[in-house]
Design a protein around this ligand. Structure first.
Ligand SMILES: C[S@@+](CC[C@H](N)C(=O)[O-])C[C@H]1O[C@@H](n2cnc3c(N)ncnc32)[C@H](O)[C@@H]1O
Length: 281
């Protein structure tokens, strides 16, 4: 393909994305173009008569998006708690829903000088651990994941976001290899019932790692596993913040209580849904 004006590429990309049912097609076209040109998408408003060469590689990206590959995977990053995280198909995309865990953790230790330890089980991109440590410069923490590919991404995110060595990462099966207790344990486990995964948006069902989604037949497998270890992984005055899926609050509360933990309250996400169990020993 010959060179072509940016504006004409944006118009065609918008049409392709819109025809594929992508909401906010123009915005996504601009974000993809910004990524492709390595330019701030904010510079791509208004008429764009500049010519660019080899636009077919831009349309490769557009066509991947038409096939429902998440925008975050195509541009390689996703914002969470106003921080930018590298993401790929090896980690769950950080979700705004999970920000309630950060809000709750930071309000429990409200001062910049507060010093505490954090354990993040199933760290994925590292978004929970790193957002907490970034905002509390005297906190330290460990992120655990069973996926080595996820940990590579978490380590790269740590090197950019908390580069002073306060975040460590460990490949392990939940808390099995951890012996010391932490002041704060955060967990966002896979909690989608196996047979519901195919009903999720194609971006999630086809492109996010099964390991991050699949909670077994009733969605609660990981909670049952983790609950056995939470008491010994949390200090006597410590706090547990556990993300839950829609309609799971009663069952997960019961799982925690059977393990001798006390569920103090349930926090809602931005959409007003029960999202985070706050528990302790
Ligand atoms: C729902 S994702 C959460 C990722 C990240 N904490 C977040 O909030 O975006 C669950 C994570 O748990 C990890 N995981 C699944 N099974 C695990 C296991 N047995 N031990 C440790 N981590 C596990 C997955 O690899 C995935 O990164």
């Amino acid at each position: 393909m010959k060179s072509r004006q940016i504006g004409s590429c944006l118009d065609e990309a918008t049409r392709l994305l819109s025809d594929a049912g992508i909401v906010g097609a123009r915005k996504e076209a601009r974000l993809l173009m910004g990524h492709w040109l390595n330019r701030d998408p904010a510079q791509l408003f208004g008429p764009q008569d500049e010519e660019v060469g080899a636009p077919e590689s831009f349309f490769d990206l557009v066509n991947r998006r038409v096939s429902r590959e998440p925008l975050s995977h195509l541009v390689g990053r996703r914002e969470f708690w106003s921080l930018e995280f590298e993401v790929s198909d090896n980690v769950l995309d950080p979700r705004p829903d999970s920000e309630v865990l950060i809000e709750t953790g930071l309000s429990h230790w409200p001062n910049q000088l507060d010093s505490f330890s954090v354990l993040d089980l199933g760290t994925g991109s590292g978004c929970l651990l790193l957002s907490l440590l970034k905002n509390r410069p005297y906190a330290i923490g460990v992120g655990v994941d069973v996926s080595g590919a996820a940990l590579e991404i978490a380590r790269r995110n740590a090197a950019r976001i908390v580069p002073d060595g306060r975040a460590q990462f460990l490949k392990a099966d939940w808390g099995s290899s951890i012996s010391q207790p932490f002041d704060l344990v955060v967990v966002n486990p896979p909690y989608i019932p196996s047979d519901r995964i195919s009903e999720l948006d194609a971006e999630v069902a086809n492109f996010e790692p099964l390991l991050a989604l699949d909670g077994g037949f009733d969605g609660l497998d990981a909670y049952r596993r983790i609950a056995q270890d939470l008491a010994r992984l949390t200090t006597s005055t410590g706090m547990i913040l556990l993300e839950i899926g829609s309609g799971q609050s009663e069952q997960v509360t019961s799982i925690l209580e059977k393990s001798g933990l006390v569920v103090e309250c349930i926090k809602n996400d931005l959409a007003g849904r029960n999202r985070c169990l706050v528990a302790h020993n």
